[in-house]
Design a protein around this ligand. Structure first.
Ligand code: BGC
Length: 778
């Protein structure tokens, strides 16, 4: 429905006037008559806060945390429910429950009431009869309300539920509501209403506890074996008034005790008060927790593991990618990356799901989006988020560091590598899904971002002012700082050039000829000034850090002999550090791919497969089941690097996933023919692996790349889906050596062209499945 079509009124519950706790969740109900011969019944609904509907006693709660999180004052999603089968001839009843959610609860550093101090519901039910008649039921002052068993529900803090206050049958027509209270009408705009854009958030899987621990301090802890996001349900029989409390944590400390310091002020605790019935069941509905361990207190008698279930929630994204190889730790790493994505793709891409943040940090999203788009179909998810980015973009083109913007009015917006999400994310989606519409839609936002940078500072072609996070959490950070050693203006100017470059590419795709010329010129000037400011004539960078070298190379900022020198220096830096990485959020995503680009995939393998600190597999060896925020989140002796900024479910460093798909298995799309219309498959075997397999469900169908080295023989299997073509590189061989399905290459079907390219054979292929074999010599 278009917002102008809404006739319903916002209804709210006046806690003060009704003398109820302001934290308690209000419930609203309304009865109505339905006639015979109903053709269809649809509910359109939304809320300020989060809502759940019931119809004739049935909960319509498959989709969670409705209406989702958007920039609420500008965009508020509405949902449609087909309830034709639930309407009875005669009397019916609808119920709505509201909770604070992101709208009214505390968010980031804000106390409650960030978007508004009133929860409210808006609903229209359309009954359409076979004879074309239509009846409408809307929220208005005829509804009744009361509070019920939900005493408190908060995204960060958990939920308190007193089952003694349940109102049995409250959403049925037969329920006696004479003592319920009148609703209040809230004067609130409807202009920002938009139909649902994102895939819904759902319970996507359920896990049983893997074990029960008694800690040294004597606490009972359920171990679910996996760091995840969602909630825990349980059933029990206990006397009326018994209180069960579940506290949630990601890790145990070095002594094996329950550890919650890293959650900061988020309480993540659910509390249930029993009504005294047989086999009571409870699961929270309006709060989510990030956890692997659950401390249970108050459970009567022996705790049975059977009684507890973890419900894992995230945006219901289709999983599109798989990667596996001959190193089990890497396979665990891939699983950790995917679990990190599950935990943090909860309607918006969040930095973390457990402490008092859970915010849509733009930098984190930007570094991870390419990996995310391999693992899952994130097209709709990011389309919605980018519309919020655009909606929250400042009039001068600046971009908030979190989207939706939870830091408005803060001077500290538009950090390099964070605000650049405005350009990098739409471009990446275009590459992965080949859909020009999003580029078109976001183009104005992309361009204003670049113009914003241009307008900053004293020098048009350098970005050396404004607020910066720098190479966040890099290991070369000076003591007491989260920002790595690479100078912030170096990083900022590098991203300035990069975003301008991607803007040029977007303008090319969209045929904006003038902009292609204008921004090509700008990009060239920025690169020129980058070189004047940060690179000596002989090719020495002002900053001897891995991140500085990686960004200069990866963004194409240095050329010819200067480039050769920078490549050399990067290799020297790695040798000097004994092949240990020092990079943070901004350098790490480009580290291994840059080494591949400069012909040193061997070094990339060394870093990616290293078990020693600092490395990806170090955390795996320490027992990680998701990606850590810090390289040293937990030390080998079980101690923590710090309590303060130490999430164990932060996907940013999981951006290495892109390298496994795109380099080890070699699946990439061609920018000229994006969305995998033309796929380039270039497997790059390396020391430490003898097998790798990646599959990717593209918009055209499944793409497969598998290679295996066995008994001196290389086997490569490739699948290209219908209506696509591919360029495939067979590493380290020549045409005469290779067979396909047992035939010589020149006799095989589907191969259009065979050429030799350096040490590889390059093939132009039609869609289909191929199996290549040749002797493997190093
Ligand atoms: C978040 C990060 C984010 C950063 C930026 C942190 O608190 O968890 O992931 O990008 O702030 O400062």
């Amino acid at each position: 429905m278009d917002f102008a079509e809404w006739t319903a009124q916002w209804i709210t519950f006046d806690h003060e006037q009704n003398n109820r706790s302001p934290e308690a969740s209000p419930m609203f109900r309304k009865t109505f008559e339905a006639g015979a011969n109903l053709l269809s019944a649809r509910i359109y609904a939304t809320a300020l806060g989060i809502y759940e509907l019931e119809l004739n006693g049935e909960r319509l709660n498959e989709n969670k945390f409705l209406p989702g999180w958007t920039s609420y004052h500008k965009r508020l999603q509405t949902q449609t429910f087909n309830v034709t089968g639930l309407i009875q001839k005669g009397r019916n009843a609808i119920g709505i429950t509201l909770a604070d959610g992101w709208y009214k609860g505390r968010i980031g550093g804000h106390p409650n009431n960030f978007y508004g101090d009133q929860r409210a519901a808006l609903l229209e039910l359309y009954l359409v009869y076979e004879d074309g008649r239509q009846e409408i039921v809307i929220t208005d002052d005829s509804w009744r309300c009361e509070t019920g068993p939900i005493i408190m529900a908060s995204i960060y803090d958990g939920e308190t539920y007193d089952a003694r206050l349940e109102k049995d049958g409250w959403s049925r027509s037969s329920y006696a509501d004479h003592d319920w209270l009148p609703v209040s009408i809230l004067d609130h705009s409807k202009q920002m209403l938009i139909p649902q854009e994102n895939v819904p958030t759902r319970v996507m899987r359920e896990l049983k506890p893997a074990g029960l621990l008694r800690t040294p301090t004597g606490e009972d802890i359920l171990d679910f074996g996996q760091n995840m996001v969602g909630w825990v349900s349980f059933s029990l029989t206990a006397p009326e008034g018994t209180i069960i409390e579940l506290a949630h944590a990601e890790v145990l400390d070095r002594d094996g005790n329950f550890y919650t310091d890293n959650l900061r002020s988020a309480k993540q605790t659910t509390r249930y008060v029993c009504r005294g019935s047989v086999n009571e069941y409870y699961e929270p509905r309006f709060s989510f927790q990030g956890f692997r361990y659950v401390k249970v207190t108050g459970y009567p008698g022996d705790m049975s593991l059977e009684a507890f279930t973890a419900h894992v929630i995230y945006s219901a994204l289709d999983e599109t990618g798989t990667f596996e190889c001959s190193d089990e730790l890497v396979n665990k790493l891939q699983s950790n990356i995917v679990w990190g994505q599950r935990g943090n793709f909860l309607d918006v891409p969040t930095d973390c799901p457990q402490r008092d943040e859970r915010l849509g940090y733009t930098g984190d999203a930007q570094v991870f989006i390419r990996t995310a788009a391999f693992n899952m179909d994130v097209a709709a998810f990011f389309t919605k988020w980018l519309r919020d980015l655009k909606a929250d973009q400042l009039p001068n083109g600046g971009v908030s560091n979190t989207v939706p913007d939870t830091l408005p009015g803060w001077d500290l917006h538009s950090a390099a590598g964070w605000g650049d999400a405005a350009v990098i994310c739409p471009w990446t989606l275009y590459l992965c899904y080949g859909d020009k519409r999003l580029l078109e839609e976001q183009y104005g936002s992309m361009r204003s971002w670049v113009e914003f940078i241009r307008s900053l500072g004293e020098q048009e072609f350098l970005w050396n002012s404004g607020f910066q996070f720098g190479d966040w959490l890099a290991l070369d950070a000076p003591a007491g700082s989260y920002a790595g050693a690479t100078p912030k203006d170096f990083i900022a100017t590098a991203f300035y050039a990069h975003s301008t470059d991607l803007l040029v590419r977007a303008a090319q795709v969209l045929g904006y000829v003038d902009d292609v010329a204008r921004y090509t010129e700008l990009r060239n000037r920025v690169i020129e000034h980058f070189n004047l400011e940060f690179v000596s004539k002989n090719g020495r960078l002002v900053s001897p850090t891995q991140t500085a070298h990686v960004l200069a190379l990866s963004f194409g900022l240095v050329e010819d002999n200067v480039r050769a020198r920078v490549e050399q220096s990067l290799i020297q830096l790695l040798e000097q550090s004994d092949h240990k990485l020092t990079t943070g959020f901004l350098g790490t995503p480009y580290l291994c791919s840059t080494l591949t680009d400069i012909g040193r995939t061997d070094l990339a393998y060394k870093l990616a497969l290293s078990r020693e600190f600092p490395s990806w597999l170090y955390s795996v060896e320490q027992g990680a089941t998701t990606i850590w925020e810090h390289w040293d989140g937990q030390n080998a002796d079980g101690s923590f690097w710090s309590a303060d900024m130490n999430s164990f479910n932060h996907y940013a460093f999981g951006a290495i996933g892109d390298w496994f798909y795109r380099v080890v298995s070699g699946i990439d799309t061609d920018a000229e023919s994006s969305g995998y219309k033309h796929t380039v498959i270039r497997p790059r075997p390396g020391e430490g692996l003898h097998y790798a397999r990646a599959s990717f469900q593209s918009m055209y169908g499944e793409i497969l790349s598998l290679w295996r080295i066995e008994d001196g023989k290389m086997t490569i299997q490739i699948t290209l889906p219908p209506n696509t073509t591919g360029t495939v590189f067979l590493p380290n061989t020549c045409q005469e050596e290779v067979t396909e399905g047992g035939d010589r290459l020149i006799e095989a079907d589907g191969i259009r062209q065979v050429t030799a390219q350096e040490k590889d054979v390059r093939l132009e292929l039609d869609s289909g499945s191929y199996q290549f074999q040749y002797a493997w010599r190093l």
